[in-house]
Structures are given as C-alpha cells and as structure tokens.
Design a protein around this ligand. Sequence first.
Ligand SMILES: [Mg+2]
Length: 111
Amino acid sequence: MTEHFNGLTPAEDELLAVLAEECAEVIQIISKIQRHGLRNYHPESREVNAYTLEREMGDVRAAMKLVCEAGIARESTIHLLADEKLKHIERYLHHSVVPATLNGTGRFNAE
Ligand SMILES: [Mg+2]
C-alpha cells in the first residue's frame, strides 16, 4: 500500500475525522441556539437545544480522549493550554467573567 503524503495511519486519520465531525456538530447547534434560543427544540426529536449542546460537547470530549489515547495529542498539554486560555480570554470578552481555571486535570478549580 502506498503511504499517504500526510503520513497519517488509517487509524489516526479516522480519529481526526471523528474529532472534526464532532466539532462541526457543536458549531451547528451553536448556530441553531443563536437563531432560535437555548429553550427551543428540534421539531422531530424534540430534543432541547441546551441539551443538544451538552451532548455534542460530550461527543467532542470523547473524541478528544480517543485522539489522546492514540498518541496524536497529549492530554497534559491540552490542560496546560486550556489554563493559559482561561488566563487570557477575559480581556477579549465583552459580557462574561471567567471565575475559574482548570487545575491541570481537566476539572475546573476556583481561584
Ligand atoms: Mg455528535
């Protein structure tokens, strides 16, 4: 079999595709919430948008776990970078406050 130019194994390519797909689903529900609101719901499934956002964010988290377990990304680096993001994002927010940072384990910790 010819190796692909990007050097990804089929398993790495598949897991990155799963992560991209789940990220796209988060983007889709955010767009629905911005158009119709958190309390609106899907007309057929009747699932409330706020719950769909939680479900899709959980799917992203699961895909991230699989990507880390495959050695594509490092959980420890992700947690460090998330803490850095929390330290700097507030200055760019117009309406929100950032009350917590991650404690290096992926869980939020009040400062
Ligand atoms: Mg999903």
